[in-house]
Structures are given as C-alpha cells and as structure tokens.
Design a protein around this ligand. Structure first.
Ligand code: 26V
Length: 817
C-alpha cells in the first residue's frame, strides 16, 4: 500500500484496513489470520502514527521558521499514560479507525489494553508536564518538550501477603514501543567530570573527563483538532565508541573507561522519590545530562550549521520553562556555552540567560527543595560551579542595589557554606517565577521565597494548574462526553472547556439529572467489573464510591482518612451507628510510596490490613468496603475518576501546592471533600461553596497551632479518635500483634507532623453531612452537574494561555484544521 500517498483526513475505512494489514505484514511479519492483540496493537499504532506524520513534519518546520517564539519545556518527568487511544482521538478519523479495527475482527479495547504506559514520572509534576504538552499541541504553540527516556519508569507496585508494598522494576520497553523514534541525526555529546584550565588567551575552558552520547527519542504529541503535532524529545544515554576513548590521554584512561560503563546507567531509572530531596550524584548526572543535551539541541535547531551564531537573539527564538528545579543546571550550562564557546562577556551572557529561562515551583515543603553539595557539583561540573559562584556574587550585588539588608542578602545566598540552592539560582537567573495555584503562589511570596519577592515583586506570578480534558474527560469518560456533546449541541467544549458552563441551566432538569446519574452509575458498574477482573475484588456499584488517589505522603493525610474508616467501623460494630440505615460506602485508595519512606510504607500496609479486616467482617453485611488499587497509575486513574462519587482532597492547609486530580474529579462530576489547600480553594470558588464539602483548619489556623501543637490532647478527648488509634495499637489489624503499627500510632499521638488529629473531628462531622447529602440522590447529582459545569477553568489549555500571556510572551502558529 505504498501505491499512493494517503492524505490522513480523506482516508477511507477500507484504505485503513489495507494499511493495518500491510503494517501487520511489514512490521510484524504476520498475516491478519495469525495476528494477536499485540500484533494488532503495533499495527494500528504504526498506521495511526503514519496518519500524523505529515502534520508532525509541518509543525516542526513551522516551529523552526522562528516567526513565533517557541517554548522549550524542560522536565525531568513526563507521566504520559497510554498513547494509542489519544493518538486515535487526535488522528482526525477516530470513528474510521475504530470501525476498521472492528471489521478486521478485533476488539479495540482489548487491543488498547496491550499497551504498557510509559511511567516516566512520579506523580503530579510529571502528569502536569504531560497535560501541558497536550495543550501546547492543541493550541498550536510552537514547542518542544524535553526530558529523559528512563529505561525503567516508576516502579510497578505489588502487595505481598502481609499487605506490604513491594517494588518491581517497570521495564516498560520490554516489547519495544511503536511510539518512539530514535533520532540519531540529532544526537549530542555531554561531558562530565574533569578540570577547568585557563587557556593562553586567558579564557576558562572545561576539559571533561568523560563524554556521553545523548540519543534523542522523539514522540509525537498530537493536538486535538489543531492540525498540529508537537514533539516530545526524550534523551537516552549511551557510551561513546572506542575511537573516542582513544582521544583521552593515558592518565584519564581509567576515568574514561569508568565513564564508558557508567554511561548507560545515567538514564536507566527514574528516581521514585518525590517529596524528600536526596543529593544523589546520579540524579545530578541525570539532570545535567538532559539539560545540556536539550540546550545544545535547541541551539543547533535555531542556528543550523552556524559556528558563530548571534546568540543575543536566542531568547527571541525560544523560551525555556524549568519544571521545578530539576533542570535548573541548564542555567549554568547556557552561561558556559555563551562565555566559553561563543565568546560573550559575562554581562551579555547573563542578560541572554536571564531572558531565556523561567521557573515553576511545585512545592512548599522545605525538605523537597534541591540543595546540592558544592563538592559533589564541583567534581561533576567544575566549570558550572565556578559560574554559579559568579552568579551568586552578582546576585548579592544586585540585591544590595535593590536595597536588601545584609541579613537578607545572606539568607538569599545561592552558594554558601558548601551548598548550592537551586530554587534561588532559578529565581535570580530567570525572568519569572510562578507557583501552581493562587494560594501556593501567595505562600511562595510570603514564606518560601519571601526575601526575593520583596525585592523583585514583578518577577512573581501565578499560573494555576490544569488538566487535559481530552484524556481525562473524552477518553476516560466517553459516556459523560457524549451526554455533554448532545446537550451542548457540539463537541467544541473539548478545546474550549468553559463551554461546560452551558450545562448549568440543566442542573434542575430532572430529565438531564437522570441521564447524568445514569452515566455515573454505568461508570461505576464498569469500574466494578474491571476491579473484579484485575484484582479479584468485588464491590457494589450501588454503594458510594469514596476515592483517595495520590502519592502516599504524610502531608496528604491518607492516615486521617484511615482513622475515619476505622472509627466508622467501630461505630458500626458497637451499634453506635445503625447498620440498617448506614449508607453503603466503598472506600478506594490508590497510592505509591517512595521505597525509602518508612512511614508511608507502613501506612500502605495498614490500609491493606484494614481492608482485609473490614471486608471480611460479616457483621458489616458488605456495607463498608475498603479497596486498595494495586499499582495506581495514569491508566487506572482514567478508570477510577469517572466512577467516583466523592473525591478526597484532605491535605493539611498550606502543604499541597495545587493538586490536579481534584480538577479531574470535578470535571467528571464528583463532589469534593477537602481542605482550603492548593487548587481546592479555586475549585470551591468556582463550583460554589454549597457544592463542595469544606472542613479543617486554614493556613492561618495551622500557623497559630504550630509550635505548641499537642496531638495527644485530641487523642485523649475524642472517643472516636482514641477508639480508632487504640484499635490499631491493639493489633486489630495485625493478627493481634500490638507492635506492627507501633510507629504509626506513636507518631500520630506524639508528633503528628501534619496535624491529622487536629482536623479529625471536623472531618468526621463533614463525613456525616456527606452521608446525609448522598441520601438525596437527585440533590447529589445536581452537585455533580454543577461541579462539571463550573470546572471549565481547570483545563490545561487555560494554564498554557496564562503562561503565554504572563510568562512566555509568545503565541500560536496558525491552526491547520
Ligand atoms: C520532587 C522532588 C524533590 C526531591 C528530589 C526528588 C524529587 C522528585 C520529584 C519531585 C516532584 C515533586 C513535586 C511535585 O510533584 N509537586 C506536585 O506538583 C503538582 C503539579 O504542580 C501539584 O499539583 C502538587 O500539589 C505538587 O505536590
């Protein structure tokens, strides 16, 4: 079927079938009759890729013409989720592809199930990057996403017989991926180690001890109805060949050999820590590796073949967004290139650099801020450390000029006491700094980066996060999508999500409410079937689905949710709460813990064991169930979210920078129980206080309590709380062994760093209100409708527009529909 060039939009179903059969034969070497789901997955993926190829090439060409400043998104993580369903949706001919696969005798869902998702991220930050590249392509913004092609993504979580988390390697490339394309034409070299020398003409020059090949693997990022296909370029490390090894002198030979064996380890595995900074050398190597390769790539893209490019125009060609501090070393790398390679003076180089970079902060936890040991950095990147020292001095100077006190200057030091503070470096050496929700951006200015915000107020801005409605509504929830489209009369809402507002007028239409409720119910049935099939667990679709899915961290307070469940259990067992009038509930958890985070892992074990005890207690008549989804990831999120009635966003106020699953739930018509934290604040404002279950301390209450917090007093004065903790301590969930969860209970009673005990009573009370509210099915559904109707703001398309307006100062290419 190379007979003729197929124009993607005009392709017929028959032609598609021919193409798929040809792909089976040519790329899999099997006939249609021989093909299994895996063959079909590769063949359909290949054909859909081919449909997108022309738009991909054209988008790249238009991006490089340079008429519109491009965006380089630098992120160590992209939590992509599966590619095939999204590529089919954005192929321009989704119905034809579906029909073709069906007519070839295959079930498209089963074919899609073959795909192993690339789990190249930990959680919120990585998934946000994936939503952003989707929106960049959909809005036709000329952009390249840069990152790391980890051979092993986030670990696959299993539970052992005791309920402990076991980490299994995620070799997602086990059977290759039809979505990536190694692009050897654009490979780069990245150096590390070695020394800095002064040349005859007095210039500083870095002589790295080792060189690595950086091989880009390109992924298509198809936009929705934009006629554009962007690029995600993920770097993989490889050893240089023997010939290059011989260019090293004898004394460096040993180091060079070491580099050779190290090379491939650089991009081997994603670090599964997402909350506590650990200064691992390999992590700095990863960060520098992909930052340096990406910068070199961008320069060669925009100044092809030029030995002496006019780099003063670089910030007009591309603006780089630093996704947290992980790629901040790129700042020093650009300075090095500008000064050492292209011969610019320090001031010119710094001005170019400052205009090139912007920084997004994603946390408020001080323990998550990256602070590199200068000795380690100096050994790996000696020239970069020198440059950072100079930037640090320049910064102190500039701060003084702006009237900062000596004490403030000392606090703001980028490099001091043998430490390099990456967030400070990003703040001083870039143009803009943003937080990820209104409250978070405010707290950054008031606390984390206060000294800087006082001096340079105009640097600071907010861009509230968003999520892509293509994946999290259209693909995850086809039933609701269809209802919305039918009700609004078109599909335009999918790239103009504020149109959901049009549903508001149906919030009191019994006909519409019935359909909305029916969608939710069918989604719950589907989810229950899936759970049965994959985990062998049975749940009742008529119970309330109460969900908490997110990384396991103390600040997110899965422990508080668990205490509530145990308190409920105790009440039902003792008869204090009548089982006959009790609203049946299925409490759904999904969470991975960092492998080295003992308290988080103990919490996982406890959740599993509470589930075991509760689910096997005949006295409950199946009315309270607890399920823990094994290996929670993007794929399972797409199944859980549309089936959820109640969404738990219960972090301690001031700790969750934004949250993004909260947005996905609201769009899908779940109702949130939450604290005034992160983007919850903005969600509540928009969906209406009466459609959001608010509880708990506010940031200022937390501040007041801080320092003289006594968790034990809450434990002693609240019988429900005491009963729940004592149940754990008694061995109720550990076959009578009182020691298993000792650390968990002791920690809560004596330390409770995230004040779960202080919020427990209000949390119990709001759950009673929720239970009562759920009894009135129509009123509950109405709340869901109003959540959907008023969450249009939380599309990542809007976030990207905010970045364009407030940070990047650039726009879109013409859309080629
Ligand atoms: C942080 C760290 C810090 C220590 C070094 C290793 C490491 C690796 C990854 C991360 C990322 C954690 C930061 C993160 O995921 N933040 C989340 O970002 C979301 C998107 O902005 C936001 O919705 C969540 O509230 C925030 O926790």
């Amino acid at each position: 079927s190379q007979k003729e060039h197929i124009v993607s939009d005009e392709i017929t179903r028959e032609q598609l079938k021919d193409e798929i059969i040809a792909a089976l034969r040519h790329s899999r070497g099997v006939s249609l009759a021989e093909a299994n789901n895996e063959d079909m997955y590769v063949a359909v993926s290949t054909v859909v890729r081919n449909l997108l190829a022309d738009k991909w090439i054209e988008t790249r060409e238009d991006t490089l013409k340079g008429n519109t400043k491009a965006v380089g998104y630098l992120s160590a993580e992209y939590l992509l989720g599966t590619q095939l369903p999204n590529a089919i949706l954005n192929s321009g001919v989704p119905q034809k592809v579906e029909a073709a696969v069906k007519e070839l005798g295959f079930d498209l869902n089963a074919v899609e199930d073959v795909e192993v998702e690339p789990g190249l991220g930990n959680g919120g930050l990585g998934r946000l990057a994936a939503c952003f590249i989707d929106s960049l392509a959909t809005k036709a913004v000329p952009a390249i996403g840069y990152g790391i092609r980890y051979t092993y993504g986030i670990f696959r979580q299993e539970f052992d017989k005791d309920g402990n988390q076991v980490e299994r390697p995620d070799y997602w490339l086990y059977k290759g991926s039809p979505w990536e394309q190694a692009n050897y034409r654009r490979e780069q070299r990245v150096g590390m180690g070695g020394v800095v020398v002064t040349t005859k003409d007095g210039k500083r020059e870095w002589k790295p001890a080792w060189q690595f090949r950086a091989i880009p693997y390109d992924y298509m990022v198809p936009g929705y109805e934009s006629g554009r296909v962007g690029t995600l370029r993920l770097w993989s490390a490889k050893a240089v060949d023997e010939f290059d090894l011989l260019t090293f002198n004898r004394s460096q030979y040993e180091d060079a050999v070491k580099g050779q064996t190290w090379a491939e380890s650089i991009t081997k595995v994603l670090y599964p820590e997402d909350s506590t900074y650990v200064g691992k050398q390999l992590r700095l190597e990863q960060q520098y590796f992909f930052s340096a390769a990406s910068l070199a790539d961008a320069i060669s893209l925009f100044y092809p073949g030029e030995e002496h490019p006019d780099m003063t125009t670089f910030p007009d060609k591309i603006t780089f967004q630093l996704n947290d501090t992980h790629p901040v070393i790129a700042i020093a790398e650009l300075m090095r290139l500008l000064i050492d390679k292209y011969g610019y003076d320090w001031d010119t180089a710094f001005s170019i650099t400052q205009r090139t970079f912007n920084y997004t902060c994603h946390t408020l936890l001080p323990e998550a801020l990256e602070v590199w040991d200068a000795k380690l950095m100096g050994e790996l990147l000696p020239r970069h450390l020198e440059i950072i020292e100079q930037i640090s001095d320049w910064a102190a100077h500039d701060q003084a000029k702006h009237g900062a006190s000596p004490e403030a200057i000392e606090r703001m030091r980028i490099y001091s006491n043998g430490r390099v503070r990456m967030a400070y470096l990003a703040t001083m050496a870039g143009s803009h700094v943003n937080g990820v929700a209104e409250l978070h951006s405010q707290l950054l200015k008031d606390i984390t980066l206060k000294d800087f915000a006082d001096l340079y107020p105009s640097k600071f801005t907010n861009v509230t996060n968003g999520v892509t409605p293509r994946r999290f509504m259209r693909l995850a929830n086809p039933r609701l999508s269809e209802l919305v489209t039918k009700t609004l009369g078109s599909e335009e809402w999918l790239n103009d999500l504020e149109q959901l507002k049009g549903l508001e007028k149906y919030a009191d239409d019994p006909q519409f409410l019935k359909k909305f409720a029916e969608v939710k119910h069918q989604n719950k049935v589907d989810f229950a079937d899936w759970l049965k099939r994959t985990q062998g667990v049975e749940i009742d679709p008529n119970s309330m689905f109460d969900t908490m899915i997110k990384r396991l961290h103390e600040y997110k307070r899965q422990s508080m949710k668990l205490l509530q469940v145990i308190a409920l259990y105790n009440q039902l067992k003792s008869g204090q709460r009548d089982i006959n009038t009790f609203q049946a509930r299925t409490v759904i958890f999904g969470a991975k813990a960092a492998p080295g985070y003992a308290m988080a892992k103990l919490t996982i074990r406890l959740i599993n064991n509470v589930a075991r005890v509760v689910n096997n207690d005949p006295a409950l008549q199946g009315k309270l169930r607890v399920v823990f989804i094994e290996n929670y990831n993007v794929t399972s999120a797409q199944r859980i979210i549309p089936a959820t009635d109640l969404d738990e966003q219960i972090s301690l106020a001031g700790k969750e920078a934004s949250g993004t699953s909260n947005m996905k739930f609201a769009i899908n018509g779940a109702v949130t129980v939450g604290t005034l934290d992160g983007a919850n604040v903005e969600i509540r404002e928009r969906v209406g206080a009466e459609n959001f279950f608010l509880f708990g301390m506010k940031v200022e209450d937390v501040e007041k309590l801080d320092g003289n917090y006594n968790p034990r007093s809450y434990y002693e004065s609240d019988p429900d709380l005491k009963g729940a903790i004592d149940a754990i301590a008694s061995g109720m969930f550990s076959y009578g062994d009182p020691n298993t969860y000792k650390e968990f209970t002791e920690n809560l009673i004596n330390k409770d760093p995230f004040m779960a005990l202080a919020d427990f009573r209000e949390y119990m009370d709001i759950q009673d209100k929720i239970e009562a509210a759920y009894q009135d099915k129509q009123a509950w559904t109405r709340m869901g409708v109003l959540n959907t109707a008023n969450s249009g703001f939380f599309t990542s398309d809007r976030s990207i527009q905010d970045y364009l307006d407030r940070v990047w100062m650039t726009g879109s290419l013409p859309q080629h529909k």
